[in-house]
Write a protein that binds this ligand. Structure first.
Ligand SMILES: NC(=O)c1ccc[n+]([C@@H]2O[C@H](COP(=O)([O-])OP(=O)(O)OC[C@H]3O[C@@H](n4cnc5c(N)ncnc54)[C@H](O)[C@@H]3O)[C@@H](O)[C@H]2O)c1
Length: 289
C-alpha cells in the first residue's frame, strides 16, 4: 500500500502506547482513523487529541475479547468512513508469574485479549477487506516475546507466539487466495507504554493469582524491567508505516532483535538447552547455602 492518503485505518488498543502512536503516524499520512479501545476515558482523550491535530478520527468502545464487539466495530468503521483499508490488531495485555502459580483467570484474560482479539479481528474484517477488492493490509502486534518463552511471562509469550504464527499463516493464505490484502507482524522489544499497568482494564470479578508481593502494582507485569529501558512507541509506529508501504511482513526495530535471533538460532542448530531467563521480580526461593 504505497499511498495511504485518504485511506481508513482501524486500530485496536488505539487509546494508548503503540496503538496511539500508530494513529498519530498514520494520521500524519492523511489516513482516516477508527480508534478502538476498551477504556472509555482514554479513548475520548486520544480521539480529542487526534482531532485537535486536524486528523479525521472516530472512537469506538470495543472489547476485542468479545466477537460481537469486534463485529460491531467493523460495522461502526464502515458506517463512519464507508471503507476500511488497514486493520491493526494491536490491543494486548501482560502479566507475570510462574505458570503453576498463576490463576486460570490470568491465563484466560491474557488469551482472550492477545489471542482471541486477533482471531476476532481477522474473522470480522478480512472477509470485508477481500470483498472490497482494493489494496488493504492487516497488521498484528506480536512481540520479540513471540520468539522466546521467557520464564514468569508464559501467558504473554505463548499468546504472542500464537500471534506470530497466525500472522505467518494469514500471510500465505491471502497470497494463495489471490487477494489484495497484505500482512505485517510487529515484533517490538521493550517499548515505553502503559502495558505494565495492564490490570487497569482487567474484567471485573475474575481472580488474579494471589501472592501479595508479586501482585504489588510495582511488580505485577514486570514493570521494573521496563522502567527507562523501552524505546519510544513512535519508533514502532514509524517502522510499521514503512512496512505497510513496502509490503514487508516482519516489523522489527533497532538492533536488539538481531542479537536475539542469532543467539536463538545458535541454540536451535546445536540443539542446546535454552538459557534460563526470567521476567518477574526477584522473589524466588534461594538455594540452601
Ligand atoms: N510495551 C512493550 O514493551 C511491548 C513490546 C512488544 C509488544 N507489545 C504489544 O503492543 C501492543 C500494545 O501495547 P502497549 O505496550 O502499547 O500497551 P498499552 O497498555 O499502552 O496499550 C494497550 C491498549 O490496549 C487496550 N486494551 C486492553 N484490553 C483491551 C480489550 N479487551 N479490548 C480493546 N482494547 C484493550 C488498553 O486499554 C490500551 O489502550 C500489545 O499487543 C502489546 O502486547 C508491547
Amino acid at each position: 500500500m504505497e499511498d495511504l492518503n485518504g485511506k481508513v485505518a482501524v486500530i485496536t488498543g488505539g487509546a494508548s502506547g503503540i496503538g496511539l502512536a500508530m494513529a498519530e503516524v498514520f494520521g500524519a499520512e492523511g489516513m482516516k482513523l477508527v480508534i478502538a479501545d476498551i477504556q472509555q476515558d482514554a479513548l475520548d482523550r486520544s480521539v480529542a487529541a487526534l482531532r485537535a491535530r486536524g486528523f479525521e478520527a472516530v472512537g469506538v468502545l470495543t472489547d476485542v475479547s468479545k466477537f460481537a464487539s469486534v463485529e460491531a466495530l467493523a460495522q461502526a468503521s464502515y458506517a463512519a468512513f464507508g471503507k476500511v483499508h488497514v486493520l491493526v490488531n494491536n490491543a494486548g495485555v501482560s502479566i507475570t508469574g510462574p505458570i503453576w502459580k498463576m490463576s486460570l483467570d490470568d491465563w484466560r484474560w491474557v488469551y482472550d485479549v492477545n489471542f482471541w482479539g486477533i482471531v476476532h479481528g481477522i474473522k470480522a474484517f478480512v472477509p470485508l477487506l477481500i470483498e472490497q477488492g482494493e489494496p488493504a493490509h492487516v497488521v498484528n502486534t506480536a512481540s520479540l516475546a513471540s520468539f522466546n518463552g521467557t520464564g514468569e511471562h508464559s501467558p504473554y509469550c505463548s499468546s504472542k507466539a500464537a500471534a506470530l504464527s497466525i500472522s505467518q499463516s494469514l500471510y500465505s493464505e491471502l497470497i494463495a487466495w489471490n487477494t489484495k490484502v497484505g500482512v505485517s507482524v510487529v515484533c517490538p522489544g521493550m517499548v515505553d507504554t502503559q502495558i505494565h499497568k495492564s490490570n487497569r482494564n482487567r474484567p471485573e470479578g475474575d481472580q488474579p493469582w494471589s501472592d501479595r508481593e508479586w501482585n504489588d502494582p510495582a511488580h505485577v507485569t514486570g514493570s521494573e524491567a521496563f522502567q527507562g529501558r523501552g524505546v519510544p512507541a513512535r519508533d514502532i509506529a514509524e517502522a510499521t508505516l514503512s512496512a505497510m508501504k513496502e509490503n514487508r511482513f516482519y516489523v522489527f526495530n533497532g538492533d536488539v532483535w538481531q542479537d536475539l535471533m542469532r543467539r536463538q538460532s545458535d541454540v536451535l542448530v546445536n540443539a542446546a538447552n535454552p538459557p534460563v531467563q526470567t521476567w518477574g521480580p526477584d522473589l524466588r526461593p534461594k538455594p540452601a547455602q
